[in-house]
Design a protein around this ligand. Sequence first.
Ligand SMILES: Nc1ncnc2c1ncn2[C@@H]1O[C@H](COP(=O)(O)OP(=O)(O)OP(=O)(O)O)[C@@H](O)[C@H]1O
Length: 585
Amino acid sequence: MTGTELLPIASGARSGRFLLRELAGHRAATLGAVVLGIVAAAATVVPVYVFGVLVDRVTEGAPASTIVGVVAVIVVAAVVGGVFTGLGAYTVALLGERILASLRERVVARALILPVERLDRAGRGDLLSRVGDDVAVMAKSLGEVVPQILAAVLLVAVSIAAMLGVDWRLGLAGMVAIPLYVMALRWYLPRSAPLYASERVAMGERAQALVSSMQGARTVRAYGVESEHLARIDAASAGARDIAVTVFRLFTRFGSRSNRAECVGLSVVLLAGFLLVRDGSVTVGETTAAALLFHRLFNPIGMLMYSFDDVQSAGASLARLVGVLDLPDERRAVTGREPDSGRIELVGIRHSYDGVHEVIHGLDLTVADGDTVALVGSTGAGKSTLAAIVAGSTEPTTGTVRIGGVPLTELAADRVRRHVAVVSQEVHVFAGPLIDDLRLAAPDASDDEVQAALDLVGAGWVADLPDGVHTVVGEGGLALTAARAQHVALARLVLADPAVAVLDEATAEAGSAGARDLEDAARAATRGRTTVVVAHRLTQAAAADRVVVLEHGRIVEQGSHDDLVQAGGRYHDLWSAWSESLADR
Ligand SMILES: Nc1ncnc2c1ncn2[C@@H]1O[C@H](COP(=O)(O)OP(=O)(O)OP(=O)(O)O)[C@@H](O)[C@H]1O
């Protein structure tokens, strides 16, 4: 890895447009939520209004029975308000969850076809934090905060309309608070937005530190560097904690500013009411209603002000998810052209992982349809890199890879996998029934086809498992040895039936029965396919149609095994050393 380069983050404007487009896609639910919210808000305002009327009646000396009608209105309004608030919150939450579920699916789908290097540069923790932490932040917002915000906005709008309806001067008096609220927000938002963004980044870094230490736990333990890793995790956690504390401090100061706005607003309403009642232009009941309406606004306005926090936090999370979604599919210009064979052509391939050190230096290679080429060379010669370039899992820095006449960059990522299958050193066995693992690349394969693939690669051990091919393997199930996992990978390759196979496995001990077994399995699985094999054991090279010897990222020799042994060059030396080492065992 060449330093962290976190995945991109979308701009605020782009995230806003994304949200609007999603809402437009769910027009009926969006409109329904607004209408339900307006009815709920109106039902909340009615009792306050009626209370003002009651005050006037009492002042006028109305009989005690007047209260019955008022109570009845309040009860009905409370029931209507409750029902509509519930329905509104449900509609908003449902709408939000739908949008979030589809967003999460699209982000994961986009991430799964990211070039491996891009993901390596970003660190898997960053991606996990986005589909984990960020989705959780948004889910909380959508489930709790957004319904409350919508209800609060509508309540504020309806209450202001009601205050103006009682008496426009009382309404205006209440509005004195608005500039104070605006000032509080203008003080708070520019300070908190960057803090929230950095809080998200710090969370990503903390996840990254944790994930990388856990993934490399064995190595960490083997080298006794636990304390360094713990220190790194500590530092990342401390960074996240310090930002959270700063956010909270800022938030408290913001709270006192909004209380000031409430205090001033209510005082002005009462003062205006006092003067107007003295003038005889409004009644005591009207002033009471206006003051209560204003007081009732404390909660929704406070809720709005405080939820700017969550909104910003959710906004930062949304931007991080949309950022992944918008990642350009850099090199692809999909044309729909399909390879007509398994012929491989590499033209002018150069590659550098870090943009500084080139590890493949301008390499050309052609493999005829159906041929097997073995890549040989000392450690670090570039064999695995070249294999990954053929497989399309590493994009070369420059040069063209063609399969069956079509550049890989013209094939959509899923089409590449259709034509080129890879068996690498790390075979992942997914937890679940073995048959699901086998069907990974060919979900429609019948039981007979799966069995035929297992037979072809000689995986007789599957029949001896407790539940045969339905045995649960992987985490929580039966652990497979590395050699068995390779068998599974080879059977998967047979089921995927690609024209090109790339093998880069170093599982078996050279010269062992296991190695011979796996080599036979690999030969059977790749028969008839164009195959590039990284020859970790030179017996693999001896069986290939052609051997390509790499050194320092260049081809130094190529030809048949026999010709190269006879030629007495680099391959001859490697082969002699190999044969001697086998004889010594
Ligand atoms: N992910 C990576 N990031 C940075 N450098 C890398 C990466 N993978 C390989 N390299 C470097 O690229 C060069 C070629 O490595 P590569 O693994 O392709 O060689 P190889 O011939 O397959 O070696 P081996 O037999 O040890 O696997 C080496 O210098 C290696 O350190």
